[in-house]
Each structure stands twice: as structure tokens, then as C-alpha cells.
Design a protein around this ligand. Structure first.
Ligand code: ATP
Ligand code: MG
Ligand code: FE
Length: 342
């Protein structure tokens, strides 16, 4: 089985070809960091235009690199949401055209499903059900991944996502956009205990997250002029990790049996976060899995892989009039966290 995957929900334009044998035959990512950097964040209109300009050549390139044609593909999978709607539409409309022209099934993939299943692309031994901490630029959730399309959400954030907290901290420290990797790097030179920062919701019975108060505390600490930027970065990262560990520990206790503790999404690339979660998994005598770094942040291989999983599980193709979705919860039955609009 061979699936062409397309990703365009935020600021990476990406295409990839992935087999059911977990081989990424070819992949290409065009990041728009340079375009958005002057604005300190992603500008939706600029993103949509950049996706439209770059996607077709990227798809041609991966087909060429892999030495295959569309006719060799068994399905076309594209992110259909959630995300910036202009960009999502560019990728989804392209996928529809390719699926129609080649008479192949279309899979309209939930971007979060791409993140959620990405660890299985890298690790053939990872079996359902597993406990997933999904930490990205727009989401912070704990899910029980029970199968393809079967996600039970136990926790979400009542305000900011974890990646968003990293990005806002980076902005406060003048590290620019995108901020996560820059905060991680600066934190290496700082003392994680130097700055007293809150651990929002720590100890609460429900395993939800909150990061807005932590970010505000970083801002106040920065404005006090008492601390170095490296100490601020290290202390922020430590406080965020403490929250994640406390909340995930709580969720694991009420999740039922799982095969592993897994982390995915852009923040899963953070080495301190990975190391902390590995320790937590050991507390529960669970194996720990995290995707290789390039599969953590947005990519098309994870979208193609979600298509491979859907084919393998005999999911029907999605209709060619499937509409792009700016919002699209992975678990529609999940109760929103109190105080959250999601
Ligand atoms: P979503 O998946 O929720 O729609 P997104 O696609 O924008 O959001 P991802 O690409 O999965 O998010 O992740 C990007 C986020 O990950 C950014 O907030 C970025 O700062 C953060 N991030 C990336 N690398 C690291 C790192 N090494 N340490 C901390 N955060 C990181
Ligand atoms: Mg990005
Ligand atoms: Fe993402």
C-alpha cells in the first residue's frame, strides 16, 4: 500500500509518500518561518497564498524522488482541519483534484489524528490502546487512543496550548518566532529553580491543563528585571514540565489499561519534556514512545500514515465534497474543560 499525504493546516507546506511497511519513500516540507517572522506569528492570508504557490511543485517533487506516479498510489490523504481555513482548503482541494484525476480514494484527515497516530509510523511495536499526551501549537490534550478513529479525550487545556505557552514565553524573552526550540536552547544555560513560577491546576482532581497564568508570571518576572533570560527560560520549561507530569499522572490513574505512554505534537520535540515523560512512564511500568523529532512538528508523512491506517482498517473513502473544517475535535463526545471555549 502506498499513500500520498498532504499537510497545509498552519505554516508548513508538506507532501509525503508512505507505505504500509512504514517506509517514507519521499517527503518534502517548505516552512514559511521567514514570511511570518516579521509579524511574530502566522498571518493566515500570507500562509494560504504560500501554500497555494508551493504545494503543487512539492507534490511533483516527492513523486519524482520516489520514482512513482499517482497511479501507483492507493489513496490520497490530506489534512481537512482543524487549522487555518485558507491553508487547509488549498491542501484539501488539491487532494480532491488528484484523487478525482487518478480515480483513487480521498481521505480527509483530522490533523490531530495525524499527530495522534504518528508514533505508530515510527514504532511498529506500539499497539492500541495507548495513553497519548498531544502537545502542539494549538492543542494540549490527554487521549486514550483506542484504534483508528477511536479517541477518548480525558483532558484538554482551559486556556493556552503548551506550544502556545512556549511561543509566548519566547516572545517575552525576545527570542522571535517560532519560539519553542529557542526557549529549549536558552534553557540549557539557565537554572530551572531560579525563578519562582506557579504550577497552574497542579493537584486538581480533573486532569485538565492551564498555561495562561504561567505565561503571565513569566512576563512579570521578566519585567521585574531580577532574572536572566536563561533562568527565565529554564524555570518556565521546568514549571510547564511539572504541570504536564502532574496532569498526566492524574489521567493515567483513571485511564484504564494501556500499552504505553506516548507523546506527540510539536512540543514532543522538546528533550526535557521527553525525558520527564520517560520517567513518568517508568513510574507506571509502561514503555515510553515519542516520534523522532522531524515527525513531531507538522509534516505530511503523519497525514499519509493516517491514510495508511484508514485503508488498513477498511474505512470508506471520504466524499469529494468533504468541507474543510476550521475546528474539528478528535473526540466529539468529550466534555469541554470548565472555563474553556473548546
Ligand atoms: P496544532 O497541531 O495544534 O494544530 P501546530 O500544527 O501549529 O498546532 P505543531 O507544528 O504540532 O503545532 O507544533 C508547533 C509547536 O511546537 C509550536 O508552538 C512550537 O513552539 C512548539 N515546539 C516545536 N519544537 C519545540 C521544542 N523543541 N520545545 C518546545 N516547543 C516546541
Ligand atoms: Mg509550524
Ligand atoms: Fe500540528
Amino acid at each position: 500500500t502506498l499513500v500520498l499525504g498532504i499537510e497545509s493546516s498552519c505554516d508548513e507546506t508538506a507532501a509525503a509518500l508512505v507505505t504500509d511497511g512504514r517506509v517514507i519513500l519521499a517527503q518534502a516540507i517548505a516552512s514559511q518561518e521567514a514570511e511570518h517572522a516579521p509579524y511574530g506569528g502566522v498571518v493566515p492570508e500570507i500562509a494560504a497564498r504560500a501554500h497555494a504557490e508551493r504545494l503543487a511543485p512539492l507534490i511533483a517533487r516527492v513523486l519524482d524522488e520516489a520514482g512513482v506516479t499517482l497511479a501507483d498510489c492507493d489513496a490520497v490523504a490530506a489534512t481537512a482541519g482543524p487549522g487555518l481555513i485558507g491553508g487547509v482548503m488549498v491542501g484539501l482541494v488539491s487532494a480532491k483534484a488528484l484523487a478525482m484525476a487518478s480515480d483513487r480514494p480521498l481521505f480527509a484527515i483530522n490533523h490531530l489524528e495525524g499527530h495522534a497516530l504518528s508514533p505508530r509510523l515510527a514504532d511498529a511495536s506500539l499497539a492500541y490502546p495507548y495513553a497519548l499526551l498531544l502537545v502542539s501549537g494549538g492543542h494540549c490534550q490527554i487521549l486514550r487512543v483506542e484504534g483508528v478513529g477511536k479517541y477518548r479525550r480525558l483532558a484538554t487545556t482551559i486556556d493556552d496550548a503548551l506550544g502556545e505557552a512556549f511561543d509566548k514565553t519566547a516572545k517575552i524573552l525576545g527570542l522571535g518566532y517560532p519560539g519553542g526550540p529557542a526557549v529549549e536552547k536558552l534553557a540549557l544555560e539557565g537554572n530551572p529553580k531560579a525563578v519562582p513560577l506557579p504550577r497552574p491546576l497542579k493537584g486538581r482532581p480533573e486532569p485538565h491543563f492551564s498555561f495562561a497564568g504561567l505565561k503571565s508570571a513569566v512576563l512579570r518576572a521578566k519585567e521585574s528585571g531580577q532574572y536572566s533570560d536563561a533562568d527565565l527560560a529554564a524555570s518556565f520549561q521546568q514549571a510547564a514540565l511539572d504541570c504536564i507530569l502532574d496532569r498526566t499522572r492524574r489521567a493515567l490513574a483513571e485511564m484504564g489499561e494501556v500499552t504505553a505512554l506516548v507523546v506527540a505534537g510539536g512540543v514532543a520535540a522538546n528533550r526535557t519534556v521527553r525525558a520527564g515523560l520517560e520517567g513518568l512512564a517508568a513510574e507506571f511500568a509502561l514503555p515510553f514512545t515519542a516520534p523522532p523529532l522531524p515527525l513531531c512538528t507538522d509534516n505530511a508523512a503523519m497525514i499519509a500514515w493516517a491514510g495508511v491506517e484508514r485503508l488498513a482498517a477498511c474505512f470508506p473513502a471520504d466524499p469529494l465534497d468533504f468541507q474543510a473544517r476550521p475546528r474539528w475535535p478528535l473526540d466529539p463526545d468529550a466534555e469541554p474543560a470548565r472555563g474553556a471555549g473548546v
